[in-house]
Ligand binder design. Structure first.
Ligand SMILES: [Zn+2]
Length: 280
């Protein structure tokens, strides 16, 4: 009987689910076939990095340099690098759209429930900040997995964290220097100016899902990025760089995001108070 249930229901479901997933996302199917796709070549010496043949020698050299810079930044930010994503660089918009649905932005990341990840860089993606941003998403994905990122991580945190290694939107001073009380008082004007002067912030509670974050117009998305960057800058300046793996390790062990995020902040404040008293 049990064997019948397996053959009649469970096995077809196990086969149908991934196939359905791939039919829904043709871009993903193309990413999965990149190693055997005409017109793409692996960058020698960099495993899992593919470049469209339309890239000039200069673009290829630049891309290699930017990937190495971005990977090094991720290693320093997280303490080590666990992401295994395949990188695909398309200098032409038409090719980019084949791999990144909608073809918007400078880069995009795709993670699958079974653990594969792809980062696609478009015409504006040959840039260390863009690559580090996408690699940071991949790092979170590698540490927590698809399901936990979807269920546990609010989009404002996922994006805000990626903006900490993306110096178009944040200052390296937030974490590149050792922890100190000075860091917490980081003046606002040390943040790089956003492309648009935006003043009114959104509420974090309204930026929980990808739809909340990206579902509005361009101005809303920019405002969402700015709100997230400011919040994660504030948190990171307080808890320090070690707070990032501490948070993700706790979530990987099953602790809820909001409690852990606040607990790390509380603990740091109490430690600062104790040290302040001792120095009096
Ligand atoms: Zn992002």
């Amino acid at each position: 009987m049990r064997g019948n249930v397996f053959l009649r229901y469970v096995l077809p479901a196990l086969i149908a689910l991934p196939i359905g997933f791939l039919m829904l996302y043709p871009q993903l199917l193309r990413c999965m076939r990149i190693a055997d796709t005409n017109g793409y070549q692996a960058l020698p010496g960099l495993p899992n990095v593919y470049v469209n043949q339309s890239a000039t020698t200069h673009q290829q050299r630049q891309f290699r340099r930017h990937v190495l810079t971005a990977r090094d930044r991720i290693r320093r930010f997280w303490g080590d690098r666990r992401g295994q994503a395949t990188l695909i660089y398309c200098p032409k918009q038409a090719d980019y759209e084949q791999y990144c649905a909608g073809g918007e932005g400078a880069g995009c990341s795709i993670g699958t429930p079974w653990g594969d990840a792809y980062l696609i860089l478009g015409p504006d993606g040959n840039n260390a900040d863009v690559i580090a941003h996408e690699l940071c998403h991949d790092e979170l994905f590698a540490r927590l997995g698809w399901w936990r990122v979807k269920r546990q991580i609010p989009q404002w945190f996922n994006e805000g964290l990626a903006l900490m290694v993306d110096y178009r939107f944040s200052s390296p001073l937030t974490w590149e220097q050792p922890d100190s009380s000075l860091q917490y008082q980081l003046p606002r004007n040390t943040l790089n100016p956003m492309p648009h002067a935006l003043h009114s912030m959104l509420k974090l509670a309204d930026l929980e899902t990808t739809r909340d974050f990206f579902g509005g117009d361009y101005r809303h998305t920019m405002l969402a990025y700015q709100t997230s960057a400011e919040e994660v800058t504030r948190w990171l300046a307080l808890v320090g760089r070690s707070g990032v793996p501490a948070l993700t390790n706790a979530i990987a062990e099953g602790k809820p995001f909001a409690d852990t995020y606040q607990r790390l902040e509380r603990e740091k404040r109490s430690a600062q108070k104790r040290n302040g008293k001792r120095n009096l």
